[in-house]
Write a protein that binds this ligand. Structure first.
Ligand SMILES: Cc1cc2nc3c(=O)[nH]c(=O)nc-3n(C[C@H](O)[C@H](O)[C@H](O)COP(=O)(O)O)c2cc1C
Length: 169
């Protein structure tokens, strides 16, 4: 609960040379991702771990809000694979659950993150498909820059009692 309440979006990262993100930490994030529930346990995901600077620069141009990616030492690209799914309409929900697990585990490890949308924007999807030469059945879902925060993330409290309904709407 603490990680959920205190987490925030990181838009500025410490330089990866001064504050590197260890491979073990990245693996921990991906273990958290793959613990997410999925429809019929279909686990429709793949993850690309990007450390290559040229690729990170390219990802930072994926959309108007992808700028924070540029300074991140590691970027995770979450992909949905629609091949052989029992519940093809659910893959985006599965990927969202995995993404949220990554963000919460990152907070636990003291790492900053941001959720940058790719799906459902056709232009963003096309850009990442061509960057990584993805098959058409594999759709990029979001990109998550990961690094140690250079500034204190903004922490918003979204609790709104008026959105809770008891036995009626
Ligand atoms: C489905 C989804 C898509 C999002 N897409 C973006 C995005 O493209 N760029 C971005 O900067 N933040 C994105 N975010 C982060 C939200 O803007 C952010 O969580 C929201 O403004 C609330 O702020 P907080 O996370 O600091 O509480 C996205 C979050 C979700 C769940």
């Amino acid at each position: 609960m603490d990680e959920i309440m205190k987490r925030g979006n990181t838009r500025k990262f410490k330089d990866g040379k001064d504050a590197p993100v260890a491979d073990e930490a990245v693996e921990t994030l991906l273990r958290a991702a793959m613990q997410a529930r999925t429809a019929g346990n279909q686990t429709p995901w793949h993850f690309i771990v990007v450390r290559n600077e040229a690729l990170i620069k390219a990802l930072a141009h994926n959309s108007m809000t992808a700028g924070p990616v540029r300074k991140a030492p590691v970027v995770l690209v979450l992909l949905g694979d629609e091949r052989g799914l029992s519940f093809p309409e659910s893959w985006t929900m599965d990927l969202a659950a995995a993404a949220e697990n990554i963000l919460i585990e990152a907070e636990h490890l003291g790492l900053g993150t941001q959720w940058i949308s790719v799906y459902p924007h056709a232009d963003r999807i096309r850009h990442i498909r061509s960057l990584f030469d993805l098959p058409l059945e594999v759709t990029p879902f979001c990109i998550i820059p990961v690094g140690y925060p250079a500034d204190r993330p903004i922490r918003l409290n979204h609790f709104d009692a008026s959105r809770i309904h008891y036995d009626t709407f």
